[in-house]
Design a protein around this ligand. Structure first.
Ligand SMILES: [Zn+2]
Length: 272
């Protein structure tokens, strides 16, 4: 499932190619994504208008359009956004093709259809964004602010990281890697963390996400960037998917436990 580094990788790939380009037509496939605006809405707010440079909030991609509408895209579990020469070949599971001026198609493909492609009229802030927490790289995110969010709450730290309503964009893979790097047990109740531990967690969150963006994201199952290439950060994963392998720090076997229905990989000896 694409997380912040994968969405940022896609954003960076698309921005120089799409900014300022006009949308000529929008074609919808036979099957819709679970959340997809109607062809008439895309037509009304997109056709003939220029795209501004895409932005990212958490795991959402946002394209502002000339005239003030906003296209919001979420890749769900298996969504891909690709830029292909127009006319793009007929591929399976394509739900939307945005035909751009200059001979390019922006193609949204999603085998499992958990993705979203929604257009919002000018002056309508996309409602899904109201649930998105602060960006991990924001100056407004500090160890005291995190401690404040955790006050009086006993939920496990891993679940807190995955939630997205406090810190945006972190999913299962990066939560595991961040907790390992910070040396904190994924089941620690958040109200038990010291300010020093929040500081370490924040530092490692930023370091891990930055490293992953630099490597073009992580490809474990499906992720491809806008040019159809895999990421490389999977080569640097230290605990995720490594149950039973020796911890790279101490040699103890990496352990898996299930939290909120998701697998957590951690080192029981380094992460107390
Ligand atoms: Zn270890």
């Amino acid at each position: 499932m694409p997380e912040l580094p994968e969405v940022e990788t896609i954003r960076r790939g698309l921005a120089p190619k799409l900014a300022g380009r006009r949308v000529l037509a929008v074609a919808a496939g036979e099957k819709r994504l679970r959340q997809q605006s109607s062809p008439a809405e895309f037509q009304q707010w997109m056709t003939g208008r220029r795209l501004k440079s895409p932005r990212r909030r958490g795991k959402y991609l946002l394209f502002n359009l000339e005239g003030g509408a906003t296209l919001l895209i979420h890749l769900g579990m298996t969504g891909r956004l690709m830029l292909l020469p127009s006319p793009s070949p007929s591929l399976p599971h394509v739900h939307l093709v945005f035909q751009m001026e200059g001979g390019l198609d922006l193609v949204f493909q999603d085998t499992r259809r958990f993705g979203q492609a929604l257009i919002f009229a000018p002056g309508t802030p996309p409602p899904p964004l109201a649930q998105v927490g602060r960006e991990p790289f924001s100056k407004k995110v500090t160890p005291p602010w995190l401690a404040e969010q955790a006050r009086g709450r006993s939920r496990p730290l891993k679940n807190f990281l995955l939630d997205g309503r406090t810190l945006a964009g972190i999913g299962n893979i990066y939560a595991c890697e961040i907790l390992f790097a910070a040396g904190i047990h994924p089941g620690t109740p958040i109200s038990h963390l010291t300010l020093e531990e929040w500081g370490r967690l924040l530092k490692e969150t930023r370091r891990v996400l930055k490293a992953a963006i630099r490597q073009g994201g992580t490809t474990v199952n499906d992720f491809l960037n806008s040019r159809g290439e895999t990421g490389l950060f999977q080569l640097e994963l230290r605990v995720y998917g490594r149950e039973g392998e020796p911890c790279p720090r101490c040699g103890a076997p990496i352990t898996r436990l299930v939290q909120a229905g998701r697998s957590t990989f951690f080192c029981p000896s380094c992460q107390k």
